[in-house]
Ligand binder design. Structure first.
Ligand SMILES: CCCCCCCC/C=C\CCCCCCCC(=O)SCCNC(=O)CCNC(=O)[C@H](O)C(C)(C)COP(=O)(O)OP(=O)(O)OC[C@H]1O[C@@H](n2cnc3c(N)ncnc32)[C@H](O)[C@@H]1OP(=O)(O)O
Length: 153
């Protein structure tokens, strides 16, 4: 099954969090699960904050790209269009808010689940919860905006 990120056009597939063409990035993969979206990610030893626990910046990055990917997929769903159809939706982060609820253990695979809160014009608001072994350890919200032309290098 193809992930949302597998549909990103080549010129926007280099993001550190989600670009499949960034060999040094996280290359997250996000899928629909009913009305929710899900990403699973295995942190590595270098993603340490305090020994035994995951660095919060990594968790923010995972939530960020999970939510921008969800925003793009949600726009396709809202327009009843296939994800490889044109014009492509490209989203960037307007705001990213993260609450760290509990320390996140380094070891288990993490699961991020997202839900669309609002679609309004070029803006999509997505909320996400990050779980380690079924326990919610972080929660976030992203305001994603369709990418302006000024981002084109
Ligand atoms: C499923 C298949 C898909 C296939 C194809 C998909 C294509 C690929 C998709 C994805 C590519 C991968 C890329 C991932 C990216 C990862 C995340 C990043 O790291 S992104 C880098 C960090 N972010 C920036 O550098 C942004 C810098 N800021 C800007 O460029 C602008 O400020 C921008 C675009 C965020 C907003 O500017 P405006 O001019 O478009 O916005 P205005 O028209 O003023 O507002 C529209 C609405 O948005 C709200 N808004 C605007 N900025 C906001 C902000 N910063 N925070 C909260 N809300 C904001 C406003 O309040 C307004 O809402 P009201 O309509 O009134 O409800």
């Amino acid at each position: 099954m193809q992930a949302f990120q597998d549909f990103y056009p080549e010129n926007v597939a280099h993001c550190y969090g989600c670009g499949r063409l960034n060999a040094d990035g996280h290359q997250i993969k996000t899928f629909w699960d009913g009305d929710e979206t899900v990403t699973r990610f295995q942190p590595k030893p270098e993603h340490t904050a305090i020994p035994g626990f995951v660095y919060g910046g990594l968790l923010a990055s995972l939530i960020d790209c999970h939510c921008t990917g969800t925003a793009a997929a949600a726009m396709y769903r809202a327009e009843n269009r296939a994800m490889d159809s044109l014009p492509a939706f490209r989203f960037v982060t307007g705001s990213l808010q993260v609450s760290y609820l509990k320390p996140t253990p380094l070891g288990p695979q993490l699961e991020i689940r997202g839900r669309v809160k609002e679609i309004k014009g070029r803006k999509v608001v997505v909320e996400a919860t990050l779980y380690a072994e079924g326990v919610a350890t972080a929660r976030g919200e992203v305001v994603a905006l369709q990418m302006p032309d000024s981002f084109t290098a």
